[in-house]
Design a binder for this molecule. Structure first.
Ligand code: GAL
Length: 380
């Protein structure tokens, strides 16, 4: 018997039993295995529209689900935790059949997730793990520890301490560097920082790298809500407090392009990047178009490309599996402990992008056009 037939049969049985006992229809939070896509709604909750990546993520997930005939309720929460809680509550009461959530604060949605579980709505955590809840059914993301390793490696390569093939570089240092991390309430920020610090530690220990401010704990270097302006302000403060003796900062570990742009603005305002006053090696993440332009122009050193089209695809595959009463296929069942349970995950690979990689990795794959890279603006 074909699986499709079984699903159809399951659906018929389910429809009969629903009709017999409750009269409950599609959109009840019970995907039902046999409902037509047009009768099923997927709630997609995204954190913010201030960063272009989340707009692209939201659009990709929506387009891919709609192409399969599903209804999609896509909401952005303006980086406001109560707004996101409210939006998810509403998706539940309006009878979503699956939820796909990229949380603002990974610890703030336990109540919503309990309500989802009570209504039998499967929950997929999108890129950011939702913590402290047993009701996270699946996680789609990238290998976040490796993102941190790749960022630190790009910093070492940019400074010449290491070559791209991993061999020892020709520079010896010591180099002055400063460290930044993401928002402490985002699980990813910790994975990025751990991966980066494990990679940088030997170089800090052998003194080829020196964090001149002395700020090396994640609590000291984290930027709440990944805000560009906060990163700019912290970089300005660092320049005033630790580099007012004529010394120069030569490298900055930045975990996200938005922060990198704030850091670069602070550095430029202080005269870096003009004549002999070299711009430090600044890393990034997400291949945001404004930052890809900065890399192309030789201002930012690198970014980490995470293909959000593939992430959206995985979220759709996982969502569809739940709608068919199946468990999505995980490729990692060990790494992502959310404090209550290890959440089965599908992790995608990441790629470092230096200037030379822009064409082969970003333009040739259709992620950005050559015109967009030149202008630094997405055409949409
Ligand atoms: C993280 C995500 C990064 C970056 C950051 C700021 O959760 O993994 O890729 O987008 O949020 O938005």
């Amino acid at each position: 018997m074909s699986r499709r037939f079984l699903v159809a049969l399951g659906g018929a049985v389910l429809a009969l039993s629903l009709a017999a006992c409750s009269g409950e229809g599609a959109g009840s939070g019970d995907g039902g295995g046999g409902d037509k896509p047009a009768d099923l709604t997927i709630g997609v909750s995204m954190p913010t529209q201030t960063s272009e990546r989340w707009i692209a993520d939201g659009n990709s997930v929506k387009e891919k689900l709609e192409a399969k005939g599903y209804k999609v309720d896509l909401q952005y929460a303006g980086d406001d935790i109560p707004t996101q809680s409210q939006q998810v509550d509403q998706m539940i009461t309006q009878g979503a059949d699956v939820l796909i959530i990229a949380a603002i604060d990974g610890t703030a949605l336990s109540g919503q997730l309990q309500a989802a579980a009570d209504a039998k709505i499967p929950v997929i955590a999108y890129d950011r793990l939702i913590r402290d809840s047993k009701n996270v059914d699946f996680y789609v993301s990238f290998d976040n520890y490796k993102v941190g390793v790749a960022q630190a490696t790009a910093l070492l390569v940019g400074l010449g301490l290491q070559n791209k093939d991993g061999s020892k570089g020709s520079a010896a240092g010591p180099f002055n560097i400063e460290l930044f991390a993401g928002s402490l309430d985002d699980n990813n920020a910790h994975f990025f920082f751990d991966g980066a610090m494990d990679t940088l530690k030997p170089f800090i220990d052998n003194k080829s790298l020196r964090v001149k401010s002395g700020q090396t704990a994640i609590e000291q270097v984290a930027i709440l809500r990944w805000q560009q302006e906060t990163a700019q302000k912290r970089m300005e403060d660092l320049l005033t407090s630790s580099y007012n003796d004529g010394s120069k900062v030569q490298g900055v570990l930045s975990p996200y392009d938005g922060l990198s742009r704030g850091i670069i603005t602070a550095l430029q305002n202080a005269g870096y990047g003009a004549s002999a006053n070299k711009m430090p090696v600044v890393t990034g993440q997400d291949a945001e178009i404004a930052s890809v332009k900065l890399i192309n122009d030789g201002v930012q050193s690198s970014t980490i490309f995470k293909d959000t089209r593939l992430l959206a695809e995985q979220a759709v595959i996982a969502g569809e599996a739940f709608l068919q009463d199946k468990d999505p296929q995980a490729n990692d069942t060990k790494t992502y402990d959310n404090g209550v349970k290890v959440v089965p995950s599908y992790l995608l690979p990441v790629q470092t992008v230096y200037k030379d990689d822009i064409k082969p990795v970003l333009i040739d794959s259709g992620y950005w056009t050559a015109d967009e890279v030149k202008s630094g603006q997405a055409k949409g």
